[in-house]
Design a protein around this ligand. Structure first.
Ligand code: RIB
Ligand code: CA
Length: 312
């Protein structure tokens, strides 16, 4: 039995690769996968999660959909990045399993209540479901060991100059999560923009002879289209969400700093910004470990190791 985790995601190409990695090795035991609205609408992210689990032959993992929209705001989707399906590119099998009949929040609560040990919650989309879980079942906060999330940035925004997409979509939810008192490890753009998959890496993945690796190569080729724009000043695709899973499997690949992080929810220009007190000028106690560096080669090697597992 590996480290028990619950993954809340908005697949999404990078979410999908994070799920592939999480399912590949015995270090992690996925107790549930839930989806939120973000990269695409909830119906599409839930459908995609079911298709991904079918591809991975993981019918054993319960999957459920959560909130259709952010706590207060209208939903913003990233169809410009992930396409109309939210997972454009390679053909995927039709889902072989139904979603759970109840909502993601009650599924997560049920898993937390039934577990004999606290569970790590991995969040790779907007934090709406996590915030609703904490608001609906406050007594279960102590059943969450840590929240490992992709979102925000110390110096970077990718949806506005100040805000990263996941936090921008639901800043009120992010504010509740960062003020929950639950230990947080945050993978923001500063580190995910170092976790680059380059053309040569895609060729390496293409050479792994199994359907999962071929599908991941196809997802990467689609995901690259958006990131080839010279405005990003990147020589590859940033694998945002897989950083959360890579850290859980091989934390030594990352350097993290314990700092205070708060979320701007009112700013005319800065709503959705993660305000990170790296120089500890506020005197606030640290509430998050923020990843600042990653060993890119080691990250890519781990991804390839995970993909090779699907050849057996
Ligand atoms: O800003 C990148 C994040 O937004 C990733 O999680 C991506 O999947 C989208 O959800
Ligand atoms: Ca995501």
């Amino acid at each position: 039995m590996g480290e028990p985790i619950i993954i809340d995601c908005d697949p999404g190409h990078d979410d999908a690769i994070a799920l592939v990695m999480a399912c590949a090795l015995d270090q992690l035991t996925i107790k549930a996968i839930t989806t939120c609205a973000g990269n695409q609408t909830l119906d599409k992210t839930l459908y995609n999660a079911r298709r991904i689990l079918t591809l991975l032959n993981r019918h054993d993992i319960p999957v459920a959909g959560g909130a259709h929209k952010p706590l207060l705001r209208d939903l913003v989707v990233a169809n410009n990045v992930h396409g109309e399906s939210g997972l454009d590119g390679p053909e995927l099998p039709a889902p072989a399993m139904d979603a759970q009949p109840d909502n993601a929040i009650s599924v997560i609560a049920r898993v937390l209540e039934a577990s004999h040990q606290p569970i790590t919650v991995v969040a790779t989309g907007p934090l709406t479901n996590v915030a609703l879980l904490l608001a609906t079942y406050p007594h279960l906060a102590n059943r969450i060991k840590r929240i490992v999330l992709m979102g925000g940035g110390v110096t970077l925004g990718n949806w506005t100059p100040a805000a990263e997409f996941n936090i921008y979509v639901d800043p009120e939810a992010a504010h509740r999560v960062f003020h929950s008192g639950i230990p947080i490890t945050m993978f923001g753009l500063d580190v995910t923009h170092q976790a680059l998959v380059k053309d040569a890496d895609v060729a390496t993945i293409r050479a792994i002879d199994n359907p999962v690796a071929q599908t991941v190569a196809g997802w990467l080729e689609f995901f690259m289209c958006y990131h080839r724009d010279p405005k990003w000043q990147l020589d590859g695709s940033p694998l945002h969400d897989p950083c959360t899973i890579a850290w859980l499997i091989k934390p030594e690949l990352f350097d993290c700093e314990s700092v205070w992080v708060d979320i701007e929810t009112q700013g005319k220009l800065t709503t959705g910004m993660t305000v990170v007190d790296r120089y500890r000028v506020t005197g606030h106690a640290a509430n998050a470990d923020v990843a600042m560096k990653v060993n890119r080669e080691g990250f890519i090697s781990l991804l390839c190791d995970c993909l090779t597992q699907y050849s057996q």
